[in-house]
Ligand binder design. Structure first.
Ligand SMILES: Nc1ncnc2c1ncn2[C@@H]1O[C@H](COP(=O)(O)OP(=O)(O)OP(=O)(O)O)[C@@H](O)[C@H]1O
Length: 610
């Protein structure tokens, strides 16, 4: 008993908190729309109350006409009034529906804006945390449906409360003794609706992980990116079976849940009918005793029906808010991360270039990992130098590049520009001076112009510079040959869009980096998908293409690496060797071994295959 009371108190407290949060969310989304919606609710409640009073006037007039043989014209005014109020109810419902749709859309927009602000503000480290990523996914998945449900719930709840209050006032003004009777008739509905909303909430909470899995399994079978592999590995049948199994579990639970709800609805309605009969009998008794007139009794019956509808709306609203509760909690936690994220990215204005860039004893461990990806790594780049990073898979090359690009902070050690530790500079300012082509660069499903121009958004409309960057990357003729040239979407998702080959995409990514026009350029395997001629041309002209810029490039192809001014060899997160190609070959260490392995593979492929 005590436990159940505690649970109820917790539910009430939670509902109060959720309502406050929903109101804040709607208010922040658009004050005007919120005020208009709230005013319409109040108007709706007043009109419902007026309806009851007018019904009484109509009944009074009808009874007078029949008993006194008075002129039927006496009925005309109340009837017209009733028709007018009924029309007003219908009009207000239509306006409310539109207003609610608008408010839902505005709340959805505001939710997306808040979510994108946080996603853009947090450091890359956040994306390594499963907690952050899960929450982001949940907020994102729900951001499309929940705001609608939430505003509907809020409006339903407010409307239900206002309507019930309006009806109570109307009844009191008719005959105060009727009020307890009305409340009695509403009691079974009150309890059954509350129980139903609790059941629905528990069901929604319990099913969330399963529904998420079902959504994912559906997506993996319909996604464009996944389509190749699903076919190549013949996964369609197996994935479909999993989808069916998850769906079957869900429908089994849904059936059981709906059976419970039906039982509850039957019990609630039976109890309601019994209470209604008792209320009507009490009304007859009051009429017999002359305490209540026939017209008042008629109006009371109308009020009972209206009150039942209001109570149902009220509980449905509370239930919808409850169901959106998890989403609201996720959103609140997510948004709360923003100030700390912004603080972490803030700092003094960064210089726009450097004469020397050094990494001093960098150590870095990915969140959730136990072994460091970088262990006491030190390297140096002079302005205008081309420096290469080599090493086996997983040796830490990309991680080092990310630290130098100010995307991660080292656990210990420092990245220095002209001797100054860059951790004191604003991250965004630092990154402006760095252009990176990642191994897994982004293929923006936007126009060719955007794909290059996004390298530097403040110069996006500089068509000549965009075209020049494309020329340097050797992708200009491909773009000119597209159906709408620079305006062609590089995606089949859009009408007239075209996809490119992997190597052409890589050139687009290079063009984007060239367009950025930054003093420090990081190229992570920039030629992995280029044909031999294009790769040769790129590295032959790298100095000319990047005229005087400092370049750090990562490559597994030693033919390209040998042209670098200096080469750093990474092994298991540590720098094991460094020097020019000739120096490293003379040293006859790890680098020389890897170089010879690759050279031998080119020169005597048969021997390697055998
Ligand atoms: N996001 C991550 N979370 C946890 N560990 C990671 C993450 N990214 C990389 N690692 C680990 O850090 C180490 C270094 O990875 P990194 O990507 O820097 O290697 P790499 O030298 O660039 O490899 P490759 O030649 O395959 O591109 C590896 O052991 C890798 O498994």
């Amino acid at each position: 008993m005590a436990a159940s009371a505690r649970r109820q108190r917790r539910s009430v407290l939670r509902l109060r908190r959720l309502i406050a949060h929903s109101v804040r969310l709607s208010w922040a989304a658009d004050r005007r729309a919120f005020i208009v919606t709230a005013s319409l609710q109040l108007l709706g409640a007043a009109v419902i109350a007026a309806q009851v009073l007018i019904v009484k006037l109509v009944l009074d007039a009808i009874l007078e006409v029949t008993s006194d043989d008075a002129g039927t014209e006496r009925v005309v005014v109340p009837v017209l009034l009733l028709a007018g109020v009924t029309a007003l109810v219908a009009v207000s419902a239509a306006v409310q529906a539109n207003q609610q749709r608008l408010l839902s859309e505005l709340v959805m927009r505001s939710t997306w804006q808040q979510m994108l602000d946080v996603a853009g503000a947090v450091g890359l480290r956040a994306f390594e945390s499963p907690g952050f990523y899960d929450r982001l996914q949940r907020v994102q998945t729900n951001a499309l449906s929940r705001p609608y449900q939430l505003t509907q719930g809020l409006i339903g709840l407010a409307g239900g409360i206002a309507g019930a209050a309006g009806l109570s006032i109307a009844i009191i003004s008719l005959e105060p003794t009727l009020l307890p009777l009305l409340l009695l008739a509403g009691l079974p509905l009150f309890f059954s609706s509350r129980r139903e909303s609790r059941l629905e909430f528990d069901f929604a909470v319990a099913q969330t992980p399963r529904l998420r899995l079902r959504h994912y399994l559906g997506m993996v079978q319909t996604g464009r990116d996944e389509a190749k592999e699903v076919r190549a590995y013949g996964l369609a049948g197996a994935l479909r079976e999993r989808f069916d199994a998850v769906y079957a579990d869900y429908t089994a639970d849904l059936r059981a849940h709906l059976r419970r709800r039906t039982r509850l609805a039957v019990a609630g309605n039976l109890a309601s009918a019994t209470f209604l009969a008792a209320t009507l009998l009490a009304l007859v008794w009051l009429i017999g005793r002359g305490r209540v007139s026939l017209a008042e009794a008629g109006a009371a019956i109308v009020a009972i029906r209206l009150l039942a509808a209001q109570v149902t709306t009220l509980f449905k609203g509370a239930q919808q808010i409850f169901e959106s509760g998890l989403f609201l909690d996720d959103l609140a936690d997510f948004v709360a991360m923003r100030p700390a994220a912004e603080l972490a990215e803030a700092g003094a204005p960064a210089p726009s270039s450097f004469r020397t860039l050094t990494a001093d004893g960098l150590t870095f461990t990915y969140p959730g990992s136990t072994t460091p990806a970088l262990d006491d790594v030190s390297i140096r780049l002079g302005a205008g130098e081309i420096v290469a990073l080599v090493g086996e898979n997983g040796s830490g090359k990309t991680t080092l590049a990310k630290l130098l690009a100010a995307l991660y902070e080292p656990d210990t050690g420092a990245v220095r520009w002209d001797g100054a530790d860059v951790s004191g500079y604003a991250r965004a300012g630092l990154r402006q001076s760095v252009a990176v082509v990642f191994q897994d660069f982004v293929r923006y499903q936007l126009t060719a112009r955007d794909n290059v121009g996004l390298g530097r958004v403040d110069r996006l409309s500089d068509d000549d510079a965009v075209a020049a960057a494309a020329r340097r990357a050797g992708i200009d003729t491909v773009i000119d040959g597209l159906p709408q040239g620079w305006d062609t979407y590089l995606s089949k998702m859009f009408k007239g869009g075209r996809d490119l080959s992997v190597g052409q995409w890589q050139r687009i990514a290079l063009a984007r980096a060239f367009f950025r026009d930054a003093p420090f350029v990081i190229l992570d395997e920039p030629s992995a998908s280029l044909d031999p001629r294009a790769e040769h041309a790129l590295f032959q002209s790298l100095r000319e293409l990047l005229g005087g810029r400092t370049v750090l490039f990562i490559s597994h192809r030693f033919s390209t690496v040998r042209t670098a001014d200096r080469i750093y060899v990474l092994d298991d997160g540590r720098v094991t060797e460094h020097g020019t190609h000739d120096e490293l070959m003379d040293r006859d260490g790890h680098y020389a071994e890897l170089f010879r392995l690759q050279a031998a593979a080119y020169l005597a492929p048969q021997a390697n295959l055998s």
